[in-house]
Write a protein that binds this ligand. Structure first.
Ligand SMILES: C[S@@+](CC[C@H](N)C(=O)[O-])C[C@H]1O[C@@H](n2cnc3c(N)ncnc32)[C@H](O)[C@@H]1O
Length: 277
C-alpha cells in the first residue's frame, strides 16, 4: 500500500466504519452495483478529445466496476483503491490485460505527471478529501485532460410501486447513520458540491456538469442486492436501527411482488461533474 498522508485520514476513517471491508461484501457489491453506461464513456472521451484514451485512471475503483468498463475503450487503465478487500475482488474478476490496480489513496497515486487523458472517480469522490485528490488529479492529467467525479441518482427509476419503497429504505439508512454516528462521506462532502470543489481548486480551465442516463435489466434479486450494497451491509446497524431491516423487507416484498420472475429495464441517471485541465 502506498503510504497515505494526513489528507487520507478522512478516507481511512470512512473505510474503517463503512462495512465495505467485511467478509463477502465485495462479492455482493460487484454482483449488484452498476457499471457506468456507454453514454458516460462517450461523454468523457468527447470532452477530453481522446477517441481512444492512452491512460484512464479510476480513483476509488472498488471492485473494478467503473474500471473494467474501459477495457475496450482505452489503451491502459489503472484503478486506484485503498481498501484491500475491494481490491482483492477487483483483481480476481478482472481478466483484461490492459487493466492494473494499485493499492493506494487517491491523493498519492504514484503515477507519472501529465500521463493521463482521464481521471475518473465513480461513486467515490465524496469518500475523499477533495483538495488533495484534485491536486493529484491535476498533477497526473495531461493538458486538456479531464477529471470527472460522477455519481448515479438513488433510487434509480424501476417501477412506481418499487421506487417509493426503495426511497423509504434509503432514507431509513441515512437517518440511522446520522443517529449512530456512522455518517457517509457525503455528509461531509456532499455530491452537490463536487462541481464547486473542482472550480475552487483553480486547477481546471473549465468545469461543468453533464447529465445522462443508462438502462440496466434488473430482477427482484438485483434490486434488493443493489439496495443492500448502498451504504454498506445492514449488519453495520445491528439491532440499534430495526427500521433499516424493516424497510429492507418491505422493499424486497415490493420487488418480488412486482417483478416476480421477470427482469425489467431500470433507468439510472448519472451526474458527471468535470473539470478540463
Ligand atoms: C462506493 S465505492 C465506488 C467503487 C467503484 N468506483 C464503483 O463505481 O462501483 C467507493 C470506493 O472508494 C474507495 N476509496 C475511498 N476513499 C479512497 C481514497 N482516498 N483513495 C482510494 N480509494 C478510496 C473505497 O474503499 C470504495 O471502494
Amino acid at each position: 500500500m502506498r503510504s497515505g498522508s494526513a489528507s487520507s485520514e478522512f478516507s481511512r476513517g470512512l473505510i474503517d466504519r463503512s462495512g465495505y471491508a467485511s467478509e463477502k461484501f465485495a462479492e455482493g457489491y460487484d454482483r449488484h452495483r452498476l457499471s457506468p453506461p456507454p453514454a458516460v464513456l462517450k461523454i468523457l472521451t468527447l470532452v477530453a478529445q481522446a477517441e481512444r484514451p492512452r491512460l484512464v485512471v479510476d480513483l476509488g475503483a472498488g471492485t473494478g466496476l467503473s474500471t473494467r468498463v474501459w477495457a475496450g475503450y482505452a489503451e491502459q487503465i489503472v484503478g486506484i483503491e485503498a481498501n484491500a478487500r475491494m481490491l482483492k475482488w477487483a483483481r480476481r474478476v478482472t481478466q483484461e490485460p490492459n487493466i492494473r490496480y494499485v493499492q493506494a489513496f487517491a491523493s498519492n497515486t504514484g503515477l507519472c505527471a501529465g500521463s493521463a487523458d482521464l481521471v475518473t472517480c465513480a461513486q467515490a469522490f465524496h469518500w475523499m478529501e477533495p483538495a488533495a485528490v484534485l491536486r493529484e488529479a491535476g498533477r497526473i492529467l495531461r493538458s486538456g485532460g479531464v477529471f470527472a467525479a460522477y455519481d448515479y441518482d438513488v433510487p434509480p427509476a424501476i417501477h412506481p410501486e418499487i421506487d417509493p419503497a426503495f426511497a423509504v429504505h434509503f432514507a431509513a439508512r441515512r437517518r440511522a447513520r446520522e443517529r449512530l454516528g456512522l455518517q457517509a462521506g457525503s455528509a461531509t462532502w456532499p455530491k452537490e458540491q463536487h462541481l464547486e470543489r473542482i472550480r475552487e481548486s483553480g486547477l481546471f480551465c473549465s468545469a461543468r456538469e453533464i447529465v445522462c442516463h443508462g438502462f440496466q435489466e434488473v430482477d427482484a434479486v438485483r434490486v434488493t442486492g443493489l439496495a443492500e450494497s448502498l451504504g454498506g451491509p445492514r449488519t453495520i446497524f445491528g439491532e440499534a436501527a430495526p427500521e433499516v431491516e424493516e424497510t429492507f423487507v418491505h422493499l424486497r416484498e415490493a420487488a418480488e411482488r412486482v417483478l416476480a420472475n421477470r427482469s425489467w429495464p431500470m433507468v439510472v441517471s448519472y451526474r458527471i461533474r468535470l473539470g478540463v485541465k
